[in-house]
Design a protein around this ligand. Structure first.
Ligand SMILES: CC(C)(COP(=O)(O)OP(=O)(O)OC[C@H]1O[C@@H](n2cnc3c(N)ncnc32)[C@H](O)[C@@H]1OP(=O)(O)O)[C@@H](O)C(=O)NCCC(=O)NCCS
Length: 181
């Protein structure tokens, strides 16, 4: 089982989210712009409280494939990195990332994801990491390229947002490539 262990970078702490972080969580997720390239949309505070409680409950569920680290800057929850799915036998996992719009464009996502990748390759000992990015999500595409991910294919018309089909860009990163970065 992969554990959501506390990880540290120069400016950030990656760790489990708790009930105390509800206000930061609502502030981050209540910005419509944040959801532009995600299947989600803005919810009410009550709905976010339910989502947060479910994330917290899942930390104790060893069969839960979605492992989520809150990204903390000066003790404030500003985003998350996650392992969305994983397979120990074949040594691969899929990751995700997201940052409160107020904290974007300051290199925080790069710093947090780099730390998660180090954990996945060096501690969990996976061999391959996948990330799936919606078409036109240029910030995520740039971030993936900057981290050394290679675009491997496109799943055409794989999601629907606002009644329109969206292509998914699939990126992969191998351990041997990461060690060369
Ligand atoms: C994707 C996301 C996490 C990037 O966060 P960020 O903190 O702004 O990223 P960083 O500051 O670490 O920047 C990484 C690189 O992307 C570039 N970048 C950031 N926003 C960009 C944009 N809108 N268009 C193009 N490049 C962009 C940065 O300039 C940087 O490259 P550089 O160092 O060469 O200048 C953030 O935009 C986000 O949370 N978006 C909403 C949620 C989402 O779409 N999640 C992704 C699902 S796959």
């Amino acid at each position: 089982m992969i554990q959501v262990k506390t990880l540290k970078t120069e400016r950030l702490v990656l760790k489990k989210i708790t009930k105390k972080n509800l206000n930061d969580y609502v502030e981050w997720k209540s910005n419509r712009e944040y959801h532009k390239f995600l299947p989600t949309d803005v919810k009410t505070k009550q709905e976010y409280e339910i989502s947060l409680n479910s994330i917290i409950k899942n930390y104790d569920n060893k069969d839960e494939p979605n492992l989520l680290w809150g990204i903390f800057y000066n003790n404030k929850l500003i985003g998350s990195v996650s392992i969305e799915d994983w397979n120990i036998k074949h040594k691969w996992c899929e990751i995700g990332w997201g940052l409160s719009p107020k904290f974007q464009n300051q290199g925080f996502a790069y710093e947090a994801v780099k730390c998660l990748i180090n954990y996945i390759f060096n501690i969990v000992k996976m061999n391959r990491i996948k990330v799936v990015i919606w078409n036109k999500n240029d910030a995520s595409k740039k971030l993936a390229s900057k981290l050394g991910f290679v675009q491997e294919g496109i799943e055409r018309k794989a999601r629907i947002k606002n009644n329109k089909f969206v292509d998914l860009y699939c990126y992969g990163l191998l351990k041997e490539e990461w060690n060369k970065v």
